[in-house]
Ligand binder design. Structure first.
Ligand code: PRP
Length: 188
């Protein structure tokens, strides 16, 4: 028998169910298959650690086009309009063959837009043949820079969401759905 996940006790409501996530991942996989099946250069899925790992694992299993995978880790300091907007690369992509790759950057969520907007420029400057972006979740109301992803699953309101890779203080990433965290968890 499957017992209830104790992390679920900190969730006030499920925003996106496992089934809804699965539908969105399937839809995105079809779109990527369609866009890359006839391309001369090969596809590279570039996951941005750590939040993207669950989404990327599910997405790559649904693709029929061959895809390599790689990872980067970045951190941004400060938040909001007044912040410096500086992005630090904590784990870089060390490859000589970026000019042979069509990259799709994989994110769990877009908030201010600064991470992806920086990474697209960075990867192009480093010679990638093409760069597209993909996120499961998008919070357009939080943008501080203009940014539109090429592929996305769901637009969500500005609520504190966790699960399916997203964390609060490194917890909840393993929940199989996207849930809204109870406010007493992050205000205590
Ligand atoms: C989150 C998310 C994106 C970024 C989005 O990562 O995974 O990388 O923030 O925010 P932005 O649009 O405002 O730039 P986080 O820094 O929480 O790290 P994590 O993925 O390791 O949890």
């Amino acid at each position: 028998m499957h017992s209830e996940n104790v992390l679920g006790e900190d969730i006030s409501r499920v925003l996106i169910t496992e089934e809804e996530i699965d539908l969105a991942v399937s839809k995105i996989a079809l779109e990527i298959d369609r866009d890359f099946q006839k391309k001369e250069k090969s596809l590279l899925l570039l996951g941005i650690l750590k939040g993207s790992v669950v989404f990327m694992g599910d997405l790559m299993k649904k693709l029929t086009v061959p895809a390599e995978i790689d990872f980067m880790k970045v951190s941004s300091y400060g938040s909001g309009v007044a912040s410096s907007g500086k992005i630090n690369i904590l784990l870089d992509i060390h490859r000589e063959d970026l000019s042979e790759k069509n990259i799709v950057v994989i994110e769990d969520i877009i908030d201010s837009g600064r991470t992806l907007s920086y990474l697209v420029d960075y990867l192009k400057l480093n010679g990638a043949n093409s760069v597209k972006t993909c996120t499961l979740l998008d919070k357009p109301s939080r943008r501080t820079v203009e940014f539109t992803p090429d592929y996305y699953g769901y637009e969500i309101p500005d609520e504190f969401v966790v699960g399916y890779g997203l964390d609060y203080d490194e917890r909840y990433r393993s929940l199989p759905y996207i849930g809204v965290l109870k406010s007493e968890v992050y205000s205590r």
